[in-house]
Design a protein around this ligand. Structure first.
Ligand SMILES: [Zn+2]
Length: 410
């Protein structure tokens, strides 16, 4: 078994690249904001909400996604979004997570005549920046005792939406009455991609990435190809939730059609039974096993980072009984670039420290592999600075990591 201890994990600099802002509120904040905004909750105590909504185990992905309706309902103005973004950064800083990419779906927070899509991103940035400034102006960082904190924002388009998601979607479905729903979600994503480009390039906000989130089944990434093209041609980095409900071909589609630089989850990468593409099943691209082998090698060679969220995967895919059964082990054996993330601190009831600890407790990995996982988080990040600045950060982190490693293991 690995010698890595919780104390070691707590001390080392870490990242969280797959982190949904609206799934990561402090429970006490959700209750406070719900009372303030007169949003009805099924319980007003932390224990009650943990029992009814933010559970340890979920039936499936739709059950898991239920809590987001509540969190999004209290995040319909700049003040509240800024607050939860600030708290999210502070909670990460407290456990030495020095780089995060907070993602959320700005169109979900739109309120007719009151709160625009752009304003929601500006509010999130304001909260994260406040935490960053506080941290980086502290004595601990200035003296070099602690490393500075940085962040990026990822805008999520929704794979699936209906008119009840927000005023934004209601307006869209009203205007595009004759358009099939799959087309409407594609149009919403294109608009978000254009907004993302404007915020990043015209306003200089650290909106570093574009993502596609929400229930996968029945809502393929290909419907969002145009949106990804817009992001791609404007040098916005891309990640796609893929291989969560569909099989390996959805991961290939994300990389080739949506230009994904990273993949969210990729859980079914090795699962032959999840392949449904007729061209693969009929043997047009070789037999399914060979297809997966070639795809895995392709992902490894391209250094496409997989954002693996172990607890969340176990919660949404109850057929995976424990982390030792999770494909993470196979991903590491194949030398894929893997970073461990929380997905949702509140909905999954976890933290980056918890996730890393669960990994070393359930999978027999050596210190070198563990270090690779930590490094992948920094190298695979969509860091908002230049490439040279990113390299400097990676070097800084490695030096710190090695010093702590020496202290613990000699
Ligand atoms: Zn996610």
């Amino acid at each position: 078994m690995s010698k890595i201890t919780r104390e070691f994990i707590e001390r080392i600099p870490k990242t969280d690249l797959h982190l949904h802002l609206d799934g990561s509120l402090r429970l006490s904040t959700l209750i406070e904001l719900a009372k303030q905004e007169k949003v009805e909750l099924p319980s007003y105590t932390e224990e009650g909400l943990k029992e009814l909504v933010f559970k340890e185990k979920y039936k499936d992905l739709p059950d898991y996604l239920q809590g987001f309706g509540l969190t999004c309902s209290v995040l319909k103005n700049a003040e509240n979004l800024e607050r939860v973004a600030y708290e999210l950064a502070m909670d990460n800083i407290a456990e030495n997570v020095i780089y995060i990419e907070a993602r959320f779906a700005p169109q979900q927070h739109f309120v007719n005549g009151k709160f625009s899509v752009q304003d929601s991103v500006r509010a999130v940035n304001k909260g994260l920046k406040r935490a960053q400034d506080e941290r980086n102006n502290s004595e601990a960082v200035k003296s070099g005792k602690e490393l500075p904190f940085h962040y990026g924002i990822i805008n999520c388009a929704m794979r699936f939406c209906n008119r009840f998601f927000s005023d934004y979607y209601a307006n869209l479905f009203d205007s595009l009455e004759a358009t099939p729903a799959r087309r409407v979600v594609g149009i919403a994503s294109q608009e978000l991609a254009r907004i993302t480009v404007k915020l990043a390039h015209d306003e200089g906000l650290p909106v570093v990435g574009f993502d596609l989130a929400g229930a996968e089944a029945g809502w393929p990434a290909i419907d969002h190809k145009k949106a990804y093209d817009i992001a791609h041609y404007n040098f916005i980095k891309k990640t796609v939730h893929a291989g969560e409900a569909f099989g390996a071909e959805s991961i290939f589609q994300a990389i080739t059609e949506c230009h994904a630089d990273r993949i969210g989850h990729g859980t079914h990468l090795f699962n032959v039974d999840k392949i449904t593409d007729e061209r693969i099943l009929s043997g047009e691209h070789g037999d399914p096993e060979s297809y997966i082998k070639r795809l895995v090698d392709y992902i490894a060679c391209r250094r496409i980072t997989l954002e693996v969220c172990p607890t969340s995967n176990l919660q949404t895919l109850p057929e995976i009984k424990s982390i030792s059964e999770h494909p993470l082990k196979k991903m590491l054996e194949n030398k894929l670039s893997v970073t461990i993330c929380t997905d949702n601190r509140l909905v999954s009831r976890t933290t980056p420290t918890d996730e890393l600890q669960r990994v070393v407790e359930n999978i027999d990995i050596d210190n070198k592999t563990f270090k690779n996982i930590i490094t992948a988080g920094f190298k695979g990040s969509f860091y908002p600075g230049t490439y040279l600045e990113k390299r400097t950060l990676v070097r800084q982190v490695m030096n710190r990591y090695e010093a702590i490693e020496k202290e613990f293991f000699g």
